[in-house]
Design a protein around this ligand. Structure first.
Ligand code: SF4
Length: 702
């Protein structure tokens, strides 16, 4: 039971889950007899999803009234070793004392902060400020590092600015050809599939690149199924063919780019036959893809986690951007490169300062002018701000070493981090951990203090969807009495640590400060207000002043580099950090399924979703199943150098015979991330979630 509805008959808001941030409205559920139970109603006016929702969004209110949600703080008692109910005063006192004590004993960098890509812009901003101003620690990063960092790094290199999609999603339906690389949006964000359907209905072509024949790949005019970890070579092969067949847009290159000769030379070193050997994709299919892409008057490349979650993710995305630039498919209407961000606020979460190397407004933490500007807004001396810290995996790996205490918000790394059993051990080795969450996630269960916080429909705040559209979630339900918002948590902790001011609990007040902090930065929110978002159904950044209309389409006149020209980045193929060998002869790749979301902390608590997707599985090709002597449903042990996971076999011709797939939403023995490889991209520090080497063993049925 969550509390009473506000008086509004229906409140416009947005789904709490993925980066599509579908619009919806909430109203009291009829016939329930309980005003606190709400139902979702369509909100067709919101342009991104036009009323469509997937099952996750439709059932999201179930978590509001879930019997397992947290409604009182928990503190681990030294005598019993168990988490037991406590007052908010006691819980916050305990957190403040532990963080202060750790900093005094071991230095400020001994306190870590870990955030999340689902936090609203206001929370992400406040968390970054809290870490740097109150705690004085450099050790802050967030789980969005695992989501979009490679695409962000490549975007910045090539275009001088990172916004997932530099155009509205609606443009996807109106272009001539889309290459979709490593995205299964039919399951991860189903309402977005309609843009691809409309594309095809208007005569456009869809090329899907994925080692699996997913529900998305089924829609494609052409599906290429490369070996996992070879997307970079595939992009280079296409660019080689573009040059070989005279499809280069020399005029565009001369007018709007730098660095083509080096990128061209790198691509020409990757012969199509060589690319076929590396990727397993036959040359005729490569040629067909290249021609489809170039024959269309306008075309796009969209990437997602497949090519990005690799130890060469930045270079891989760079190779796809090079393809767009060489063919003049960037900085033009209905053409370009874009990244389909994953988490609900995957875009905004990376703009406001919870990333290890960034300050609000997408400013660099090591830029003296950026430090001076943000310090001015915060009312502190820029010299007191710490420098850049460790990336997400490196921070988690340092827990229990020189980082002794952790404050964690909106993340569940026991399930979602690579090499998860090792990370779980690091979390257990901490002197102290406080977790703010809505349920007792697997990570919260390890904490010394658990702080129960409000959920999406119980609070107001902005997120920034995958298009760079800043939207507003509104309070529709009064939260239960025992919970507080994350902003209230940070306010309470800051006050205990000597900061009576500077951490308001009103989201709009925080947003107004965020606007000032972002002013003049790459992600400039200065002209965006709650009023405008409400009236305009979202405003695209950059929006440097209130009369400014916002910027749905970037780069049409100039790129965001110093000279306004896009930069080719020469890249070359290299293998995955871990390739199959005699001991571990198969590829493992991981991903999501339709009815669960990320670490499953919320969606695993929804009965309808659990019925649809009750647990993990191992997808494998019939040839492999036959070699193993495995039948459908047989328990299989998947073993990598880092761990082991057990799940039933799901036999399908939709996967390569050399590859197995596991969804990563579950903990326990089916935890896919127990297997994954934390090899990091040297630029983005993205772990290589999407490919590692495993062996599979058939187990006896119980
Ligand atoms: Fe929309 Fe994503 Fe929510 Fe589904 S999970 S309703 S696609 S925002």
């Amino acid at each position: 039971v969550t509390g009473a509805m506000t008086p509004d008959p229906a409140v416009n808001t947005h789904c709490p889950y993925c980066s599509l941030q579908c619009g919806m409205a909430l109203r009291p559920a009829p016939g329930e007899g309980r005003a606190e139970v709400v139902e979702v109603v369509e909100r067709t006016a919101f342009p991104v999803n036009r009323g469509a929702l997937c099952g996750k969004g439709r059932t999201a209110p179930a978590v509001l009234s879930s019997q397992v949600r947290l409604t009182e703080p928990l503190v681990r008692r030294p005598d019993t070793g168990r988490l037991e109910p406590a007052t908010w005063e006691e819980a916050l006192d305990r957190v403040a004392e532990a963080l202060t004590g750790t900093a005094q004993a071991h230095g400020q960098d001994a306190v870590g902060v870990f955030g999340g890509g689902g936090l609203t812009n206001e929370k992400a901003y406040a968390l970054g400020k809290f870490a740097r101003v109150v705690l004085g620690t450099s050790q802050i990063d967030y789980n969005g590092r695992f989501c979009m960092s490679s695409a962000a790094a490549a975007h910045n290199k090539a275009f001088g600015l990172d916004r997932g999609l530099p155009f509205p999603l609606a443009d996807v339906a109106r272009t001539g050809c889309v290459i979709l690389v490593g995205s299964n949006l039919a399951e991860t964000m189903p309402p977005a599939l309609r843009y691809l359907t409309e594309l095809k209905e208007s005569g456009g072509k869809l090329i899907v690149i994925d080692p699996r024949r997913t529900r998305t790949a089924e829609q494609a005019d052409l599906h290429l199924a490369p070996r996992p970890g070879t997307d970079l070579a595939l992009a280079l092969g296409l660019l080689h063919l573009v040059v070989a067949e005279g499809r280069v847009d020399e005029e565009f290159i001369a007018r709007r780019t730098n660095g083509w000769p080096e990128a061209r030379a790198a691509a020409m070193a990757h012969w199509p036959e060589m690319v076929e050997r590396i990727t397993g994709v036959p040359v005729p299919e490569l040629r067909e893809a290249m021609r489809m892409f170039c024959d269309a008057e306008t075309s796009m490349v969209l990437t997602a986690r497949g090519p990005e979650q690799q130890s060469k993710g930045t270079d891989t995305v760079g190779a796809w951007i090079n393809l767009c630039l060489a063919t003049g498919r960037a900085g033009r209407p209905l053409s370009g490169y874009g990244c389909l961000t994953g988490q609900g606020n995957g875009q905004g979460g990376r703009e406001h300062g919870q990333k290890a190397d960034q300050l609000p407004g997408y400013r660099k933490l090591d830029d003296p002018a950026a430090r001076a500007h943000v310090a001015g807004v915060w009312g502190v001396d820029p010299d007191t701000l710490p420098g850049p810290g460790r990336s997400a995996y490196e921070l988690l790996d340092a827990l229990g070493g020189d980082v002794r205490a952790l404050l964690l918000m909106g993340s569940n790394p026991v399930v979602s981090a690579p090499r998860a059993a090792h990370i779980e051990a690091r979390l257990r080795s901490l002197d102290f951990m406080a977790v703010a969450d809505v349920v007792l996630s697997e990570t919260a269960a390890l904490a010394d203090v658990v702080l129960p916080v409000t959920q999406w429909a119980e609070e107001t705040g902005t997120t920034t969807n995958l298009e760079g559209r800043v939207i507003l979630r509104r309070t529709a339900v009064t939260p239960p009495p025992g919970v507080r918002s994350d902003l209230e948590v940070l306010h309470g902790l800051a006050a205990r640590l000597g900061w009576e001011k500077g951490f308001p609990t009103d989201p709009e007040e925080v947003f107004d400060e965020l606007r000032r902090a972002s002013a003049g930065g790459a992600a400039d929110y200065s002209g965006i207000t709650y009023r405008r978002i409400t009236e305009e159904d979202g405003v695209f950044w950059p929006c440097p002043e209130e009369p400014h209309p916002g910027t749905p389409r970037l780069f049409l006149d100039r790129f965001a580099t110093d000279d306004g020209r896009a930069r080719f980045v020469p890249v070359s193929h290299r293998p995955a950090a871990e390739e199959p060998d005699a001991e571990y002869p198969l590829f493992l790749t991981t991903g999501r399924v339709l009815s669960q979301y990320q670490s499953g902390a919320q969606t695993r608590r929804v009965e309808e979703l659990n019925r649809a997707a009750p647990g993990p599985f191992v997808q494998l090709h019939p040839q492999l199943a036959e070699r193993l002597g495995a039948a459908e449903g047989d328990p299989l042990a998947v073993v990598s150098r880092r761990g082991r996971a057990v799940a039933p076999a799901r036999i399908s011709r939709d996967i390569r015979p050399d590859t197995v797939f596991m969804p990563f939403h579950w903990a326990g023995e089916g935890r896919a991330n127990a297997l994954t490889n934390p090899a990091l991209d040297p630029v983005s520090r993205m772990p290589e979630f999407k490919v590692c080497a495993v062996r599979v063993e058939r187990m006896e049925r119980a």
